[in-house]
Design a protein around this ligand. Structure first.
Ligand SMILES: Cc1cc2nc3c(=O)[nH]c(=O)nc-3n(C[C@H](O)[C@H](O)[C@H](O)COP(=O)(O)OP(=O)(O)OC[C@H]3O[C@@H](n4cnc5c(N)ncnc54)[C@H](O)[C@@H]3O)c2cc1C
Length: 593
């Protein structure tokens, strides 16, 4: 399986939809000017295309395995590729320079992650969770934990995981029972069984650092009683290196629909009876709040998987469609069959995938820019504005993008016809790999509830209102460009539709008709994501019309065409959801299921 990083597209979105130039002027990011970033991304693209993409099929067909010795083994070539990944410095590219990272903006970090995910999604999960572990320790760990663990995690010498789920505690994390018993020396002993732990063990790095949620003795029930612990596979020796094996065991690996190379572990902590040695991260009972530092970053990372699988599916489908000869054009006098890419319905499928991938990329980069501004903007007010903006965007990035990712990888498979359904072409792998993303990191249903119950009401709804007003701004900028077809009209209608359902939901929440709001949550999130995509594609079209010199005329023409296709062919579906959103809960409630 090959991967060609769409570098020109990355540059265009970074510079003309997001604002890399402005980000590079923020304190601490001055080294990340657009020209330097372009060179870095070229290097990264080469690395992921040459080193990680060729292992995608190998990983899928071999999968990771658990030996009788209790050791997890990754597929052929993974350990060697990981060594190169670490040597080249990519694991910590956007992590703090203070701990040995590259100190690049998050906005650049997401482009690097996007490349890794498209080249090899199963492998990329290891890096994503390690970055989350770094963020959790950096924001909540003691100075001692930072000293002992951060450099090794930032460099990728060690990797990290996130341990929330137990068999009876999935979406309801508050039901977890893993126990933490305090010791005289201030450490804890952890007892309990976690399931579904991604990259919970492997043979590619020297230590695995688990971030485990557990309950201290006498902790209250529910999420209030949860604390976070750092539990290393190897307890550190006096020199800070991996020493004695900690008391936990990998009980089994899950057999999954996709991401076969990613070892999904059942872990029994305290298996030998002593309890696994763990160290408190943050204060007791603050575990859930602190875990959100990790979860919010991971939600953006998982949303990115929707884009990655759509991009990968597109690249493969378009290459196949150019070669597969089948059928003559209807009504044409030619007797010769043509490549399927000539047929309007195949072109519809391909352009639908491309337009959705471009819209998702725009949304991802704009969200990442808020991720930089919430920490680095000059004024407190701006930092707060972007923190709230990102809070609203996070469930949409996670759920809308992963839902679209599944649909687009399915459409990519459809382009292959029967050859998509057999494994040789690789089209099926994108579809299988994509399918986990709407499930993990908080199911998409949970994201939709988060959007409606927690994010929509922030500041009395004004964060969402402000976002919708900003969307409408782009319409003014279209005044100079009358040749954008129906784009402007469709976008105007879609933005009005979103304003309408947002205030309808606001009324439902304030009149305590919560079940109606909950029944509407998922279609509302889909509407929101679709309209955000339209807004940003329109922004891209306006920028392309202004002919930024560094891009070819052909590239810019295609940008406008794809943006128009998104807004004229796909965006009208957003308003089609209004009736569904407002249909309420009555029929759901009365159904005999
Ligand atoms: C391959 C894989 C990797 C994973 N990696 C990790 C990992 O690294 N670390 C980790 O801790 N976990 C991990 N998970 C666990 C994952 O996050 C959970 O599977 C997910 O949160 C859903 O929990 P559940 O499977 O128990 O489903 P359930 O919570 O049982 O949900 C079942 C269905 O009910 C819905 N539902 C549940 N509660 C509600 C509610 N209150 N309101 C409305 N709908 C609801 C859900 O949306 C879903 O559709 C992984 C899972 C998989 C499959």
């Amino acid at each position: 399986m090959t991967y060609v990083p769409p570098l020109e597209e990355h540059r265009f979105v970074l510079n003309h939809v997001a604002d890399l130039e402005a980000v590079s002027k923020l304190n601490g990011y001055q080294h990340a000017d657009p020209a330097t970033v372009a060179t870095i991304l070229e290097e990264a693209g080469r690395f992921f295309a040459e080193v990680m993409a060729p292992l995608n099929r190998v990983g899928d067909s071999q999968g990771s395995t658990l030996g009788d010795d209790g050791q997890v083994r990754t597929p052929t070539g993974f350990a060697e590729a990981y060594r190169k990944f670490v040597e080249s410095g990519w694991p910590g590219a956007h992590l703090p320079a203070e701990w040995g990272g590259g100190g690049l903006p998050y906005l650049v970090g997401v482009v690097i992650q996007e490349m890794f995910k498209t080249a090899n999604m199963a492998f990329s999960l290891c890096g994503m969770l390690t970055q989350g572990t770094v963020e959790a320790i950096q924001h909540h760990g003691s100075d001692e934990l930072k000293e002992l663990y951060l450099e090794k995690l930032v460099s990728g010498e060690w990797t990290g995981t996130m341990n929330l789920t137990e068999s009876h505690a999935g979406s309801d994390v508050g039901a977890l029972r893993t126990k933490a018993v305090k010791q005289d020396d201030g450490s804890y002993r952890i007892f309990g069984t976690k399931i579904f732990i991604t990259w919970g063990d492997h043979d590619i790095a020297g230590n695995v650092i688990h971030m485990v949620l557990a309950r201290t003795e006498d902790a209250p029930p529910g999420t209030r009683g949860i604390s976070m612990f750092l539990v290393p596979k190897y307890i550190l020796d006096a020199k800070g290196g991996p020493g004695e094996r900690n008391d936990f065991k990998i009980v089994s690996l899950e057999h999954k629909l996709g991401i076969h190379a990613s070892p999904t572990c059942v872990i029994s902590f305290g298996d030998a009876g002593e309890g696994a040695v763990g160290y408190l991260v943050g204060d007791e009972m603050e575990g859930m709040r602190n875990m959100f530092t990790m979860m919010n970053a991971a939600r953006i990372g998982v949303g990115m998987e929707g884009l990655a699988m759509a991009e990968g599916a597109y690249q493969h489908a378009v290459a196949y469609a150019r070669e597969r000869v089948q059928g003559r054009p209807v009504g044409a006098s030619a007797k010769e069959s043509v490549a399927i890419i000539e047929h309007p319905d195949v072109r519809r499928m391909l352009l639908t995938i491309r337009a959705n991938a471009e819209a998702m990329r725009c949304l991802l980069y704009v969200a990442a820019q808020s991720g930089d501004l919430m920490f680095h903007a000059e004024s407190e007010a701006e930092r707060e504005r972007h923190s709230k903006r990102l809070a609203v965007l996070t469930p949409i990035v996670k759920a809308w993008m992963t839902e679209v990712g599944v649909e687009m990888s399915s459409l990519g498979l459809q382009v292959f016809g029967g050859m998509g359904y057999v494994e040789e072409t690789g089209a099926a792998q994108y579809y299988r790999d994509a399918r986990i993303a709407p499930i993990y990191e908080g199911t998409n249903g949970i994201q939709a509830m988060d959007l409606v119950l927690r994010k929509l009401p922030v500041d009395g709804g004004s964060v969402v209102e402000e976002l919708i007003e900003e969307m409408a701004d782009v319409l003014d900028r279209m005044n100079d460009h009358t040749d954008l077809g129906g784009l402007r009209d469709e976008l105007t209608t879609a933005i009005q539709g979103l304003a309408d359902t947002s205030s309808w939901l606001g009324e439902k929440l304030s009149s305590d008709e919560i079940d109606d709001a909950l029944a509407a949550a998922t279609p509302y999130l889909t509407q929101f994501g679709t309209v955000l995509g339209g807004w940003l594609m329109a922004k891209a079209a306006v920028a392309a019309k202004q002919s930024p010199g560094e891009h070819s005329e052909d590239f810019l023409k295609q940008k406008v065409n794809t943006a128009r296709f998104y807004c004229e062919h796909l965006l009208p579906r957003a308003n089609g959801l209004i009736a569904t959103i407002k249909a309420g809960n009555t029929l759901l409630d009365e159904a005999d299921l």
